[in-house]
Design a protein around this ligand. Structure first.
Ligand SMILES: Cc1cc2nc3c(=O)[nH]c(=O)nc-3n(C[C@H](O)[C@H](O)[C@H](O)COP(=O)(O)OP(=O)(O)OC[C@H]3O[C@@H](n4cnc5c(N)ncnc54)[C@H](O)[C@@H]3O)c2cc1C
Length: 300
């Protein structure tokens, strides 16, 4: 069926783009276009989009650092929550911020205000919304440890406040946001700490990353979740796939659970490599790897 290629909403201030290339919006740098693409200027505009979407499916994109968008692109509306929706307030050790704020900026703000507990975010290139969705974490901490309250919008634009009961809401690289809901704001509480000490901790964590992870490459971080039995990188090593490359898609030599677009890979090349790794790891170790990268859209 032919797709409509223009769409307008009366009174909407934010621009609606048609057939918008998404590859440049993701860290892996691959993927086809969005049928419609919007970076809302305000939550009022976000609400209007949701209330006027009809039957069009909605996909949310943060910083695009944990997604693999397929070569055929994404039907319906892609909504990017980024710097337009990144306001924050800080009161003592409490930071309330909008979903488009970057986690690295959040770590920086916490340091400047002598708030401890946010240090682990300093090397994670996502936004708050994506961080909450993935329960992003590193070096023994994750988002669930700081979150006191969340605001989320449902599929028709109504705003809900979520407790959250941390035990039920968050788990390893996962949150139980109802399908189609969008994180719009969170209140995070840290602890009073010495600014210099926070800076030292962040410097040490950054150094650890530089030593153990590939730098300056197109990647989406860890490709697979760590099974409870062994880290994913170890299983990939056991399967002999460290550094394995096919069609420009590569498992990093420096960190074998990092998949890299080494230049010319398509989304299909990257996804095929990931599935090949899963297959080989299962064959050689008996373990099943689960994707941590979120794959979305349709094949090219
Ligand atoms: C170099 C590198 C290092 C990384 N290191 C780490 C690490 O140490 N720890 C870690 O946990 N991750 C790491 N990641 C992965 C990634 O940065 C995190 O998962 C991050 O939280 C994703 O945020 P994002 O804004 O980029 O989300 P996206 O990649 O844009 O989206 C991820 C998912 O979240 C959903 N989403 C995004 N925003 C919202 C919202 N507002 N409401 C509802 N759903 C939303 C999307 O639909 C998608 O399903 C790394 C990635 C890279 C490239």
């Amino acid at each position: 069926m032919a797709q409509k290629n223009t769409w307008t909403i009366s009174g909407l201030k934010s621009k609606i783009h048609s057939n918008y290339p998404l590859a440049k919006k993701t860290w892996l740098g691959v993927g086809g276009p969005a049928q419609y693409y919007i970076e809302p200027d305000s939550f009022d505009d976000l609400t209007m989009v949701l209330q006027n979407k009809g039957k069009l499916p909605v996909t949310i994109l943060g910083a695009g650092s944990n997604v693999l968008i397929r070569d055929g692109g994404i039907d319906g509306i892609v909504i990017h929550l980024g710097k337009n929706l990144a306001h924050y307030t800080i009161k003592k050790q409490t930071i309330t911020c909008e979903a488009g704020l970057s986690l690295m900026e959040l770590a920086r703000l916490a340091q400047q205000n002598g708030i401890g507990g946010f240090e682990f975010m300093c090397g994670i290139p996502g936004n708050l919304g994506g961080g909450l969705k993935m329960n992003a974490g590193a070096y023994g901490s994750d988002m669930s440890k700081l979150v006191a309250q969340i605001k989320a919008m449902d599929t028709v634009g109504k705003i809900h406040t979520i407790g959250p009961n941390k035990k039920e809401f968050f788990s390893y690289r996962h949150s139980r946001l109802p399908k189609g809901w969008i994180f719009i704001e969170a209140t995070l509480i840290g602890v009073k700490a010495d600014k210099k000490q926070i800076q030292q901790t962040m410097d040490a964590l950054r150094e650890k990353r530089i030593q153990s992870q590939p730098q300056g490459v197109r990647t989406a971080g860890s490709t697979f979740k760590n099974p409870t039995t062994a880290p994913a990188w170890k299983l990939i090593d056991e399967a002999g796939l460290r550094g394995y490359t096919k069609n420009g898609a590569k498992m990093s030599e420096k960190h074998s659970n990092f998949m890299i677009n080494a230049g010319s890979a398509t989304a299909a090349d990257l996804e095929n490599l990931g599935e090949f790794v899963r297959h080989e790891v299962k064959k050689k170790t008996g373990q099943t790897l689960q994707w941590e990268i979120e794959r979305m859209g349709k094949d090219g």
